[in-house]
Structures are given as C-alpha cells and as structure tokens.
Design a protein around this ligand. Structure first.
Ligand SMILES: [Mg+2]
Length: 269
C-alpha cells in the first residue's frame, strides 16, 4: 500500500512538473512575440551612437537653416520655428522599454504613468538648438499631440531640462483634433516659420495623414526638396504614422495581427 501511495505521489509530481514547464514555455513564447517588434528599435534608439549622431546632425543642419533664413527676412519680422515634442525634443524610449518589460502596450493609462513622472531626457542637440534659435530672436513653438491635461507635467519636464519658451503661449497640445494643421496655421498667422522639426511627417504637413497604399512614398518623392530645407525629419523606429499605415491607418488591432502584418509587408527576394 505504501509503495502504491509513493508511486502515485511520484506520478502526480511528474504531471505537475510537466504542466508547469508547459506554462513557462507558453508565457515565454508569448512574451517573446507580443512586443517583439519593439525590442530592436528601442535598443537602437537607446544604445546606438548612430542615433545620437543623427540627432546632432539634424540639429546642426537646423542651425544652418535658421542662420540662412534669417538673412532673407527683415529684422522686424516675427520669426518662429516649430518643433514636435515626443521623439523630437524629449526621449520617451523608457516608456517603450517598460512596455517590453511588462508586456503591455500604449494606452492612455500607461502613457500617463510615464508622462506624470516628468522624467524624459532631452534628445541630443535639442536644448542647444532651441536656445540658439531663441537667442537669434526666433520664437520656439512646441506643437505636440500630448493631451492638454499633460501641459503642466510636460512644461515642468522641459523647464528642468533648460528648454526655452516654456510657457503656455508657446505650447500647443492636443485638444480634440490630432491633425496639427490648424495649430501650425495659428503660428503662421503672426510669424514667418523658418523651419519645422519632427519625427513624423505629419509634424510637417497634413498631406502625410491617412496614408495611401504606397505608404506615402509617392508623396515624399514628389516633395523631396522640402527635407533638410523646410522640414527636418528625425528617426523614430519605435512607432509612428509609418507603422499605423502598415496596419491600415490604425493601431487598434491585436499584437498578433500587428506582427503578422509587419512580416507580410516585407520585401524579400
Ligand atoms: Mg513625435
């Protein structure tokens, strides 16, 4: 009888162990695939010297454009530059890292948890460039799709990093409309806009919103003279309109379907 009980206990132990192993394997597989698309891009953004060099290169070019454009305008004319905030002047890659770590996605709640900390770091060259522009008599406007409810925490974050023009007159956050067209027009009413800078083509023009099947390649090609002259585009491999376009101009689909669509769109040989 004792032997029988021992044998049963041993069998039970083997079954439970096998089940546990299966569970571990399943959850590992899930964690390996759900935010898989974010891992390499976030590591590149945080750990590649190339990323830093591109930001410096872009902001160096921005200074040259400002210098050149100023000479074409009357001294008394009001001048402005327009910058996006996220992944343009502030580095939110720790938010993406947290999404990978916790296997969560962007949501109002998770995004709010990060922004409330006011702990984003400045991107390379951004503080230097914006102060350079300000010292040349150019107003710096920040047009961002952060929610208006995040104005105070965003200004606190940027003030601590020594960005100029940190006041409500120079911040245009999102109220109800995502398109930045109207906000850009408000600045253009009173100012000569020397340059726009962003990590999303929508930061420059509404023609890049709701992208077509060509993913706006044709529109970019047609307007190639704008880049590095009127608009400076910064790199963001972690998310953006480019990604939404691949999903069909939405990000509200399952992670599994996202991964599938990303793999399906690849051009191979
Ligand atoms: Mg941005």
């Amino acid at each position: 009888m004792k032997k029988f009980i021992l044998l049963n206990l041993l069998l039970l132990f083997v079954i439970v162990s096998c089940q546990n192993n299966t569970n571990v394997t399943n959850s590992q597989t899930q964690a390996d695939t759900t935010n898989e698309h974010l891992l390499m891009s976030t590591v590149w953004y945080q750990k590649s010297a190339e990323m830093r060099a591109i930001y410096y290169q872009s902001y160096n070019l921005a200074k040259m454009i400002i210098d050149e454009r100023i000479t074409t305008l009357d001294k008394n004319q009001k001048k402005a530059v327009i910058l996006d905030i996220d992944e343009t002047v502030l580095d939110n890659s720790p938010f993406e890292a947290k999404c990978i770590e916790t296997d969560k996605s962007y949501s109002k709640k998770t995004w709010n948890e990060w922004t409330q900390l006011s702990q984003a770091m400045a991107l390379p060259g951004a503080v230097d460039f914006t102060n350079y522009a300000k010292n040349k008599g150019v107003d710096v406007f920040y047009i961002s799709n952060r929610s208006e409810t995040q104005l105070a925490v965003t200004m606190k974050n940027m003030k601590e990093l020594n960005f100029p023009c940190v006041d409500s007159a120079h911040f245009m956050l999102k109220t109800s409309v995502s398109s930045k067209k109207q906000r850009r027009a408000m600045v253009a009413k009173d100012y000569n806009i020397l340059l726009l800078i962003g990590d999303n083509l929508n930061d420059y023009s509404e023609i890049y919103e709701k992208r077509n099947q060509n993913l706006a390649f044709d529109i970019v090609d047609k307007n190639k003279a704008d880049f590095g002259t009127k608009f400076i585009i910064l790199p963001n491999p972690m998310y953006g309109e480019w990604e939404n376009a691949i999903y069909g101009n939405t990000h509200k689909i399952s992670k599994e379907l996202k991964n599938k669509k990303l793999k399906d769109c690849l051009r191979s040989y």
